[in-house]
Design a protein around this ligand. Structure first.
Ligand code: 13P
Length: 335
């Protein structure tokens, strides 16, 4: 394993004042986001949308890395450059989602297990050859009546750790994403208890599978009350609970934490990240940044609506959210 190369990639992804842009929606998810806006669900429209994102002028000033989906890795911009090359030219490190999605877990009603380990070594070798420098794998944990179960947490942690070890073998930095969903009516306290339990098992398993913590990035959920919980906590309470949980569970050897947005409203996601970076400045051993998809893209997608004449307005909205989150990463966001 070339640990120095992994550390260098992680450093680039965690560069000061920058964060990651997740644009790795699978075909199914991209189509699901297009449908309510009346955007045609075709390969060309997905390409055109990704073109708009990657060619947004100055995106590299706030975005350090972009996570692609396999289809996009093989597509080109309107002016004929492979998306991977266009990102590199924009000063953005290209990466790719390599899991095959979360499927219903046998004997575990209401729970999911992420698939995609078979043939992963060969796929990673191909991606490394195409110029990709990091990868992402998302595990999904649901809070509900009697769940998550130990079986679901252990199986997902195992898959994350085996994926991470394979990535490092191929010279790719693994983004390890155990997402505790915000669906449900659970409280912030229950989310905190479950996220702490999940992260403890994930790090135990990563160490058992000999993953170099220095050469990975954690992509967790923020600690939030369920969307249907009658008590919605303040930005300060969310920030306090989230960093307190990480200080207990995430080893200092991990260079950075980059949040998913998970369906939070865009401004709230920025405000919460900002509050953490203000309140815990100088007291966190890792960089604390973003790896948002919806919280960066959604306003732009709603403006674009699949129409060429809206590209400029959509790019402006995208750059605005990217800049807001870049400010939040520095603790300098003020709405
Ligand atoms: P959201 O920020 O929309 O949650 O997406 C992040 C991501 O990459 C999910 O895997």
């Amino acid at each position: 394993m070339e640990i120095e190369k992994l550390k260098e990639t992680a450093r680039a992804l965690l560069a000061d004042g920058k964060g990651l842009l997740a644009m790795d929606e699978s075909t199914g998810t991209a189509n699901k986001r297009f449908a309510p806006l009346g955007i045609a669900q075709t390969e060309e429209m997905r390409r055109a949308y990704r073109d708009l994102i990657v060619t947004a002028p100055g995106l590299g000033n706030s975005i350090s890395g972009a996570i692609l989906y396999d289809e996009t890795v093989r597509q080109k911009t309107r002016d004929g450059r492979p998306f991977v090359d266009a990102l590199i030219q924009a000063g953005i490190v290209p990466g790719v989602k390599v899991d095959a999605g979360a499927k219903d877990m046998a004997a575990h009603p209401g729970e999911k297990i992420t698939e995609g380990l078979d043939g992963l070594r060969e796929r990673l070798t191909e991606y490394a050859g195409l110029g990709l420098r990091f990868a992402k794998w998302r595990a999904v944990i649901t809070i509900g009546d009697g769940i998550p179960s130990d079986g679901c947490i252990a199986a997902n942690a195992d898959a994350l750790a085996r994926y991470a070890a394979l990535c490092q073998e191929s010279g790719l930095v693994p983004i390890v994403e155990p997402e505790v969903l915000m669906d449900g009516d659970h409280t912030l306290e229950r989310c905190a208890e479950m996220t702490e339990r999940v992260l403890n098992v994930v790090f135990e398993t990563l160490k058992r599978q000999r993953v170099a913590l220095e050469g990975m990035i954690l992509k967790p959920n923020m600690l939030l009350p369920g969307l249907q919980c009658p008590v919605q906590n303040s930005v300060e309470e969310v920030a306090g609970a989230t960093v307190t949980c990480f200080l207990r569970t995430v080893p200092a050897a991990v260079p950075g934490i980059a949040f998913l947005s998970g369906g939070q409203e865009s401004e709230l996601a920025s405000a919460r990240l900002n509050a953490m970076n203000v309140r815990f400045r100088g007291r966190m051993p890792w960089a604390l940044t973003f790896s948002f998809s919806r919280a960066i893209q959604q306003p732009a997608l709603e403006l674009w609506r699949g129409d060429d004449k809206n590209v400029e307005a959509a790019q402006k909205a995208l750059l605005h959210r990217a800049k807001c989150n870049s400010a939040a990463r520095r603790g300098e966001y003020n709405g």
